[in-house]
Design a protein around this ligand. Sequence first.
Ligand SMILES: [Zn+2]
Length: 167
Amino acid sequence: MDIVSHGLWGGVAFGRKSRKDYLLAFLFGIMPDMFSFGILFTTNLLGITVGPKYSNGRPDFASIPEYVSQLYDVTHSLVVFALVFAIVWYWRKKPFWPLAAWGLHILVDIPTHSLEFFATPFLWPFSNYRFDGINWGNPWIFFPNVALLVVAYSAWLIARLKKRKGK
Ligand SMILES: [Zn+2]
């Protein structure tokens, strides 16, 4: 899924308690892509690196540096996520819910990436199995996603307004 949707889904799913929680859930929602493609994007922006090259509207896989896919493995693994979530849970003695937006990012990515481009390595490092989904740029994914986001945020807003009225 695109990075903005990841942030918005993370926020609405796990950041409804407070403004701080929302911001954290949003950030954990975009983190897996920030710590892989985001680095390349930033170094490109700063003029340190060039590329990747584009062909057919998609970045050319061969021109993407190796470290991006290595970081992608780590940040898009449910195994790594579960481990970190469990450690934080143990350390705080209660779950830290905004962090769950990271896990949601991976779950959303599994069906919205095809084998053609960065399919989700969710079982890394135990297995290299990747699900062949439909790329999120496909209109059948993209527009229903926007519609679902509108529904989720409207429902949240209505619930908040009702709560305020009730007080
Ligand atoms: Zn991702």
